[in-house]
Design a binder for this molecule. Structure first.
Ligand code: NAP
Ligand code: HSE
Length: 316
């Protein structure tokens, strides 16, 4: 007999609607049973998919969070406020929390994780890095015994989508609009373009790999705002591809991190990342080089990672 996990959802945009759809469409093969309860949104009149989610929407956050039957709150709102206050309230109410919000975790992670620990609940955020790629959980579990030497890769789907589109002759502005239409970009896409989103994800990877919080604000970052089609074309003509690359090297006492556009050789898996794909390359002393590639953003892709965290909660 499967245990039913009662889920409250904060946010029902690109990611939240994917989670709602997944929770409302149970499959026999599911390893856990879910019941979707309240769904917090800003505008209850907005048409949403799946249609069935309309019966659950509310603008009253406390209705969702304080519902005594709810076991876990999924935060898919984005940004720092009110997400921070609502996640804290959920933890204070003894609910587990699953979040896709790297800005929130990279900024308030140490405090929120400690608070969750004090309250005896889980705060899981696998969806916050790499979309469907299980980068954080691989570092925390399969590679837990590994001495990690370096992590590098492409951690932002929007900028990769733009750079790849520009390789096909698309203008920067048109490529950005297309990425937004696909739901890949942050509410303020400046955070994608200027490397902030990538730095926040790198900070979470540093925590998973080195058990150390590296403030994302301290990470040197150069974005792609100033990149033009000529630079993208020149990189190709020179036998490479321009990518926004994150790099993290060091050990528990000293870490060096950077985010910058780099021309990578065409033989590098980063050059082969198309659309919103991400690449996470881990180099460990024992395991050598491991490369994870997959969808780094998107509705169903990110919902997949969130449901994975929900299954983990259902197994507690
Ligand atoms: P989104 O499409 O903008 O959705 C945000 C949702 O939150 C909307 O439903 C919005 O309500 C609701 N919301 C926002 N502020 C609110 C407030 N003050 N009160 C009530 N509801 C509020 O964002 P998203 O793309 O799904 O991203 C959500 C989070 O997932 C972000 O942290 C993002 O970084 C992360 N993420 C996104 C992706 C992706 O591919 N998009 C991938 C991985 C992680 P309304 O619908 O009524 O406006
Ligand atoms: N805006 C983010 C990106 C969403 O483009 O990668 C996924 O974290």
């Amino acid at each position: 007999m499967k245990r039913t996990l009662n889920v409250g959802l904060l946010g029902c945009g690109t990611v939240g609607s994917g989670v709602a759809e997944r929770l409302l469409q149970a499959h026999d093969r599911d390893v856990a049973a879910f019941s979707l309860r309240g769904v917090l949104v800003r505008d209850v009149r907005k048409t949403r998919r799946p249609q069935a989610v309309m019966a659950h929407v509310t603008t009253d956050a406390m209705d969702v969070i304080r519902d005594s039957r709810t076991d876990v709150i999924v935060e898919c709102m984005g940004g720092l406020e009110p997400a921070y206050d609502l996640v804290k309230e959920a933890i204070a109410c003894g609910k587990h929390v699953v979040s896709a919000n790297k800005a929130l975790i990279a900024t308030h992670g140490p405090e929120l994780i400690a608070f969750a620990g004090d309250r005896g609940v889980e705060l899981l955020f696998d969806a916050a890095v790499g979309g469907a790629i299980p980068a954080l959980s691989v570092l925390r579990s399969a590679l837990a015994g590994e001495e990690i030497l370096e992590i590098s890769g492409i951690l932002n789907g929007t900028t990769n989508y733009i750079l790849v589109a520009m390789e096909s002759g698309c203008e920067f502005g048109a490529a950005l609009e297309s990425a937004r239409a696909h739901g890949y970009a942050e509410l303020d896409p400046a955070n994608d373009l200027n490397g902030t989103d990538t730095a926040q994800k790198l900070s979470l990877l540093a925590h998973a790999a080195f058990e150390r919080w590296l403030p994302w604000q301290s990470i040197a970052r150069t974005g792609i705002e100033a990149i033009d089609r000529r630079q993208v074309r020149d990189a190709r003509a020179g036998g490479g591809a321009l990518r926004l690359v994150a790099t993290l090297k060091g050990n528990r006492t000293r870490l060096e991190a950077a985010v910058e556009p780099v021309v990578v050789p065409l033989a590098d898996p980063m050059a082969a990342a198309t659309g919103a794909q991400n690449v996470v390359r881990v180099i460990g002393r024992g395991c050598g080089t491991l490369t994870l590639i997959g969808p780094g953003a998107g509705r169903e892709q990110t919902a997949s990672a969130i449901v994975g965290d929900l299954v983990a909660v259902s197994r507690l």
